[in-house]
Design a protein around this ligand. Sequence first.
Ligand code: 6PG
Length: 261
Amino acid sequence: MPIKPTICVEKNAAELAAAAADAVIRIAIAAIQARGRFTLALSGGSTPEKAYELLAQPPRLAQLDWSRVHILFGDERFVPPNDPRSNYAMAARTLLAHVPIPSSQILTVPTDTASARAAAQAYCHLVASHFALSPAGPPPMIDLILLGLGDDGHTASLFPGKPSLDEPRVWFTHSSPGVLPPPVDRITATFPLLNAGRTVIFLVAGDKKKDIVHAVLADQSHQYPAARIAPHDGNVLWLLDAAANAAVTKSRPVPPSGSQA
Ligand code: 6PG
């Protein structure tokens, strides 16, 4: 049964990034202790960059046994891995090039395929084989899925009005661009995969996001893709800075602790 999301509000984007990095470390240590490994799905976009950088430097760099970490991508742009628009390129620049994760444990989306559709199919098989699962079966339970939120209420590359929102079974699918840049085809995790997550953390910062955060958190009719993130046996944490939380605050006074259940 999906649990009501938790909201944590940090003073500013820098403190939000630090809180996100600490949450990754905390969840990773618990996962490694419980199951011997930590599976992490990275988000693209600009918001998580600072958190990735903080993970790749002291003190957090030494707090984790990186050899137990397995990385996948919640979504990817259908561009080469060295393209500045690539989510892999951003993750490599800020985190993956600086931490000792075995390369066999970094599952990049194969964007050298003929189409985004072929890339999504190949990625499903790559992830399934990595976790010794059948791609036709239930998805893996990813320990932590990081997600961003677009101004149109998209998350990962699940854009409003696209067929990818209705995918009932496959773990990754393809999508034409949404209304927000970059205008390239995407590969995206689907709701079946995202809602099988153990923990999902939305990272949202900035005044520009305040209205969409409020709208998504109040969205009972699932008008926005992000509102459909509700892990069956997991939990959702919204990590916001005060600017992104401003419209929520206006509608509901924030308790002195700064966090809202
Ligand atoms: C992508 C992301 C996308 C992103 C949101 C928010 O590929 O761009 O996965 O879902 O998280 O668009 O992006 P910002 O963090 O840049 O606002």
